[in-house]
Design a protein around this ligand. Structure first.
Ligand SMILES: Nc1ncnc2c1ncn2[C@@H]1O[C@H](COP(=O)(O)OP(=O)(O)O)[C@@H](O)[C@H]1O
Ligand SMILES: [Mg+2]
Length: 503
């Protein structure tokens, strides 16, 4: 019996010392407090950290206060007998702040009265600092996001719903953040283009010269860049839009100025063109006047023939005038299926007389039945006219002082089909382009011509137009040996109605 008791006691002793060790070694601060918040017991970690005096109070040790904290977890546990949890902070001797997570639980006697409360505190300062750093960096990136001059949207990758956007969206589109969040991004496109842009947004990483509508219904043009990204817990699209409306307006004005310059260039040729139908009409009407004044009868068949001649020539004159009117018109850019051979013929129609007067021969080397491309016929015509004007200038310059023989002054126009492209070449027997300036000729305002003659806009406008229709333009030349301009356009795929690039 005695032996048994002593064995139980030694067992209890072992257990107690184990608990004691645990109490001391647990990597958190443990205190046991009475109703006055006096520290009855605490572990090593606590005493190492706070060095409390004998009989010190919790609020003295932790916070160097003279009275209990307003919100006190220990007091709450004494009141309701339950465990409580919360975050605390205390200022250290060196002024730095330590953050804690605190848990309290009641300690009861055999009669179930709460005699003390145990508080366990865990130092979370490091985690807190990480959280603060994260918050700071989030704030920093958010402020960059917000202050970007270009509108930025965060879209749900499946629905294209706007999850977030920056403040520039309001400046550019006129919608407030509240008005745009939770709406689909495709709502910004014109009604009849919403579906197709919904598809393109998912298929391409960039869309150029896209028309969108502002809150007031006015159209703007933007370049859109799309990048996949992560937004807390979900895959998103990050979309930036740059407003290029003003730039396009300036380009538009330049194009218009270029057209006017070309019209000026063509004035003599056009006058000659118009003179032909006019002289036919004049001859016929003089004939009538003469007959009538001499009271001579006119045979009905002659009358008929003459009137048909007048009719045809009036038509011819109005065709020339309409062509000019169309060419000079300010027009919206359109994408139409275009047969390049037809446009080349049209460009040459208003220019051929002009070249003929100057003794310049045009050699046609056209591949028939070419597939169509997607472009704006009026703009394309302007590109070809610009190339013809330049070829004319180069030829005139080269043969200014020399005595050309037949065939020396030539413009060669060639079209052909490559695998996915249509190729157009406009070559001439002019001065050629010196190597040193070959790189510069497509720059706006670059000209080697005298003031008043060259504007330096022809090739830069042409370059912009060709690019708009996803084509390319380049020049090859040897000095004194003529120049060759090659333009390519992707063939419009008749099966799906799309070219292979977006925008
Ligand atoms: N066919 C050509 N032959 C020789 N030089 C050319 C030819 N086309 C263009 N150039 C050169 O490129 C320059 C820029 O052409 P462009 O942009 O049309 O402006 P501009 O004709 O008003 O000078 C010309 O001034 C000329 O030096
Ligand atoms: Mg030019």
């Amino acid at each position: 019996m005695l032996k048994e008791t002593s064995m139980t006691r030694s067992g209890l002793n072992i257990q107690q010392s184990e608990y004691q060790t645990l109490f001391e070694l647990v990597p958190c601060l443990i205190t046991i407090q009475d109703r006055e918040f006096r520290l009855i017991r605490y572990n090593h970690l606590f005493s190492d950290h706070f060095h409390p005096e004998h009989g010190a109070y919790c609020y003295q040790a932790y916070k160097n206060r003279n009275s209990r904290c307003e919100k006190c977890l220990v007091a709450m546990t004494f009141d309701d007998g339950k465990s409580h949890y919360g975050e605390e902070s205390s200022t250290n001797v060196d002024g730095s702040v330590t953050y804690w997570i605190a848990y309290t639980s009641p300690l009861k006697n055999e009669r179930d009265d709460i005699v003390a409360v145990m508080e366990v505190c865990l130092d979370i300062t490091h985690r807190k600092q990480l959280e603060e750093n994260l918050e700071k960096s989030e704030r920093k990136y958010y402020s960059i996001f917000n202050n970007m001059p270009n509108p930025m949207f965060v879209l749900d990758i499946d629905t294209l719903m706007v999850l977030d956007c920056n403040e520039s969206v309001t400046t550019v589109y006129g919608f407030t953040k509240e008005e745009i969040i939770n709406k689909s991004f495709v709502e910004l496109f014109p009604e009849d283009e919403k579906n197709s842009y919904g598809l393109k947004m998912r298929a391409y990483s960039s869309l150029n010269k896209v028309k969108q509508l502002k809150k007031d219904g006015k159209a703007i043009f933007v370049n859109i860049r799309i990048a996949p990204s992560e937004y807390p817990g979900q895959k998103v699209m990050l979309v930036t839009a740059s407003d290029i409306t003003q730039r396009l307006e300036v380009e538009q004005q330049l194009i218009q100025a270029g057209k006017m310059a070309t019209l000026g260039e063509m004035a003599t040729g056009i006058a000659h063109e118009l003179n032909q139908p006019l002289s036919v009409i004049k001859t016929v009407s003089s004939f009538f006047i003469k007959k009538i004044s001499s009271h001579e009868a006119i045979a009905e068949s002659t009358l008929n023939d003459m009137l048909i001649k007048i009719d045809n020539n009036v038509d011819r004159a109005s065709r020339i005038i309409n062509h000019l009117r169309n060419f000079a018109r300010k027009s919206e850019v359109i994408f139409a299926k275009v047969q390049v051979n037809e446009i080349l013929e049209r460009a040459l129609a208003i220019f051929s007389q002009h070249l003929k007067i100057r003794g310049i021969e045009v050699v046609w080397n056209i591949e028939n039945n070419l597939p169509v491309i997607l472009a704006d016929p009026d703009r394309l015509e302007q590109v070809f006219i610009n190339l013809l004007v330049n070829a004319r200038d180069a030829i005139e310059e080269r043969w200014k002082h020399a005595e050309p023989v037949k065939g020396d002054k030539r413009i060669i126009i060639k079209t052909s089909r490559e695998i996915n492209n249509i190729k157009i070449e406009v070559c001439d027997t002019g001065t050629g382009i010196p190597k040193s300036i070959l790189e510069k000729i497509f720059e706006p305002f670059f000209t080697t011509k005298d003031a008043g003659k060259g504007t330096g806009l022809g090739l830069s406008i042409s370059y912009g137009i060709v690019k708009d229709f996803h084509g390319s333009i380049k020049a090859v030349s040897e000095e004194n040996n003529g120049a060759c301009f090659t333009i390519t356009f992707p063939i419009q795929d008749s099966t799906d109605g799309k070219t292979n690039t977006a925008g």
